[in-house]
Design a protein around this ligand. Structure first.
Ligand SMILES: NC(=O)c1ccc[n+]([C@@H]2O[C@H](COP(=O)([O-])OP(=O)(O)OC[C@H]3O[C@@H](n4cnc5c(N)ncnc54)[C@H](OP(=O)(O)O)[C@@H]3O)[C@@H](O)[C@H]2O)c1
Length: 337
């Protein structure tokens, strides 16, 4: 089988492919034939080492000083190819999706994962590509809006950066929670933001929709406290999905400011959060938005696209034997790359 690995911190060209034997699952494990896997902002940050100011050394101490020690690929959708001894919860050939998280290793043809960890049956409503795209932005949006900002029905939500992986999930989930959603996006993405449920959309280069907002989800941290503060209603919450070290420390020391609150953090990627997101999907509240879909052997090109931080929705690579469904895609005219 083919597996990807990082050879150094740097550009997409630091990704290399190598051949490896297909592993056998041990007791309690599943062997999964990977059909699709996302290339996310998290993959980009890990590969490049480019993280918000002040966090670079922390990343390298945790994940590798000279190169990322984590294998590429943090999420997957695929089929069960073999069952380890004692695994009864899954069947051969069953469609599944899940997270390898910071253990990585989803950018390969086959992976092994504990059957009782972060893997779930893939519902019929999701293709392999949509299953691959499902968790990254969705888990982040759900945790920031539901658990941290405690978005309530009738509140006004601004999603700043509304059409990438996190933003496109946040607009949908915000609307489902009963908020009135406004958005910022590049002009080419305004139609998408509206289709997702935003009632008004502005180009973030020229301004924001008029406040006040009860919650602002600042996806790229591009507003920050200074620009978001005048847009927040009394009791309002600014959720910084992307924050540098000084902002994180500032939030920790002084989250409540003049009757308003600033929030940040890293989202959880555990099974109960995954099940909650799946329940939101089954309730019609959330479906992942698919942008470009590339073959796995174009993983380097996929990273180059994701590097822009301007991709619509989610970017997915598909392994060679995957049968795909183009109907769910945006931003590329429905054509395969
Ligand atoms: N805290 C956490 O646990 C957590 C979890 C996941 C992701 N993140 C972080 O969240 C960020 C977004 O991730 P993603 O997966 O959504 O990325 P993405 O899919 O690449 O999307 C980026 C989004 O940001 C918008 N954008 C780019 N520059 C902007 C600017 N200057 N002002 C406003 N919006 C701007 C883009 O809009 P246009 O395309 O319309 O220009 C696009 O909607 C990344 O920094 C990532 O590291 C944090």
């Amino acid at each position: 089988m083919k597996i990807a690995r990082y050879t150094a911190y740097g550009g997409p060209e630091t990704i290399a492919f190598e051949d490896a034997p297909i592993p056998s699952p041990a007791a309690g494990e599943l062997l999964i034939r990977v059909c699709a896997a996302p290339v996310t902002a998290g993959d980009v940050r890990l590969r490049s080492g480019k993280v918000p100011r002040g966090l670079g050394l922390i990343l390298r101490l945790a994940l590798g000083l000279r190169r990322p020690r984590v294998a590429p690929g943090m999420a997957f959708a695929g089929e069960v190819a073999a069952l380890g001894q004692g695994v009864a919860a899954f069947a051969m050939g069953q469609r599944v999706f899940g997270l390898t998280g910071m253990t990585g290793g989803a950018h390969r043809d086959y992976l092994v994962i504990m059957a009782d960890s972060t893997v779930l049956p893939l519902p019929d409503s999701l293709s392999f590509e949509a299953g691959a795209a499902f968790f990254f932005g969705g888990l982040t949006a759900a945790e920031f809006l539901i658990d941290r900002a405690k978005l309530a029905p009738g509140e006004r939500l601004l999603v700043a950066g509304a059409t990438g992986a996190v933003g496109s999930a946040a607009v949908q989930i915000g609307r489902h929670l009963g908020a009135t959603v406004s958005a910022t996006a590049s002009p080419k993405n305004h139609d998408l933001a509206r289709r997702l449920g935003a009632v008004d959309v502005c180009d973030y280069r020229t301004g924001t929709p008029p406040g006040p907002f009860d919650v602002i989800l600042d996806v790229m941290g591009s507003l920050g406290w200074a620009d978001a503060r005048p847009l927040l209603a009394p009791g309002g919450r600014l959720a910084l999905v992307t924050a540098d070290l000084s902002e994180m420390l500032g939030v920790g020391l002084r989250p409540h400011r003049g009757g308003r609150t600033i929030l940040t953090g890293t989202n959880k990627d555990d099974l109960s959060s995954m099940k909650r997101l799946l329940a939101l999907h089954l309730a019609g509240a959330y479906s992942p938005i698919l942008g470009a879909i590339l073959p796995f052997d174009r993983l380097i090109d996929a990273h180059a696209l994701a590097d822009s931080f301007h991709k619509p929705g989610n970017l997915v690579v598909v392994m060679s034997t995957t049968v795909t469904d183009d109907r769910e895609r945006v931003g590329t005219g429905g054509a395969r790359d």
